[in-house]
Design a protein around this ligand. Structure first.
Ligand code: PEP
Ligand code: MG
Length: 320
């Protein structure tokens, strides 16, 4: 089996009938890039930049961040690298920011909410990213976007920093795509509106599932409600993909679901363009996808969307 996988390391990812998708990886540090290339990753679909900020007692400087982003972009040799701006809060804490204790951290002051409020932190990161952009194929995405206004604000801050850098003679890439994570149900429901303003979507199912089912992703007692295959989740995923395609944009997924062999047939059927997963899942996923037919998976997904329960969906997928 491993030998079969290895042969696909430098291949594109295509279904049996020739439909191409992209298999990319989630990373947390520049050290993870080796694993991405060794496992045949076609890019980085989610660079979680939080780790640059964690395990220390002050904020990383612009230079430290620039070095990290430049290293990742250069070592990926022109392949796409989607960097997510700081997504702190919820399960990820930063003691030195002295954020107030909250009753519901997952519903609180975090990610883009914090970045739009503490703009120094945000602008430093954006400058580091913009300066690094000339070393590879950078795409920037904002986490936890709930409203169109938040996306507009975040993008405006990015463009302001870009203008300032250009004015001062720094070269910045002119082809940076700017997208957002869809991990809050409100933005999935409004995806057709967002799609007119973003360059791409990346669906964050880890959070999208917890917010849709109102079940804390860390709480064992409600783990039974954490249902990736619930038809409600599949319908939201479909809304996002359809909305992106209608505007000629691409839709990816960077939650755990993207690398799940039971979900992959459904996601191919729903038309997902990019699958971002842990590097070690890529070759298995590529092998699996080569055996699937797009029209058959479309039929499968259509059936799944009409089902009542997650269990029924799982049974359906297992029957193929
Ligand atoms: C997600 O929410 O699906 C996601 C990819 O982000 P994180 O797991 O870092 O919250
Ligand atoms: Mg998330």
């Amino acid at each position: 089996q491993k030998a079969e996988w290895a042969k696909l390391k430098n291949e594109h990812t295509v279904t049996a009938d020739g439909h191409q998708v992209e298999l990319v990886a989630n990373i947390g540090t520049p050290k993870d890039v080796k694993g991405v290339l060794d496992n045949g990753g076609e890019g980085v679909g989610l660079y979680r930049t939080e780790f640059l900020y964690m395990g220390r007692d002050n904020l990383p400087t612009e230079e430290e961040q620039f070095d990290a982003y430049k290293t990742v972009l250069e070592s990926m040799e022109g392949k796409p690298v989607v960097v997510r701006t700081l997504d702190i809060g919820g399960d990820k804490e930063l003691p030195y920011l002295h954020l107030p204790k909250e009753m519901n951290p997952f519903l609180g002051y975090r990610a883009i909410r914090l970045c739009l409020d503490e703009q120094d932190v945000f602008r430093t990161q954006l400058r580091a990213l913009l300066r690094a952009s000339v070393y590879g194929n950078l795409k920037i995405m904002f986490p936890m976007i709930a409203t169109v206004d938040e996306f507009r604000q975040a993008k405006a801050v990015l463009l302001e920093e870009k203008d300032k850098l250009v004015q001062s003679g720094v070269t910045v890439s002119d082809s940076i795509e700017v997208g957002m994570m869809v991990e809050i149900p409100a933005s999935a429901v409004l995806a057709d509106v967002f799609a007119k303003e973003v360059d791409f979507f990346s669906i964050g199912t880890n959070d999208l599932i917890q917010y849709t089912m109102a079940a804390d992703r860390m709480n064992e007692q409600v783990a039974y409600l954490y249902q990736p295959y619930n038809p409600s989740i599949l319908r939201l995923v479909k809304m996002v993909i359809d909305a992106a395609h209608k505007e000629g944009k691409w839709a990816g997924m960077c939650g755990e679901m993207a690398g799940d062999s039971l979900a992959i047939p459904l996601l191919i059927g729903l038309g997902l363009d990019e699958f971002s997963m842990s590097a070690t899942s890529i070759l298995a996923a590529r092998t699996q996808i080569r055996k699937l037919s797009k029209p058959q998976m479309e039929e499968l997904a259509q059936k799944a969307l009409q089902m009542a329960t997650a269990e029924e969906v799982v049974e359906l997928v297992k029957s193929i």
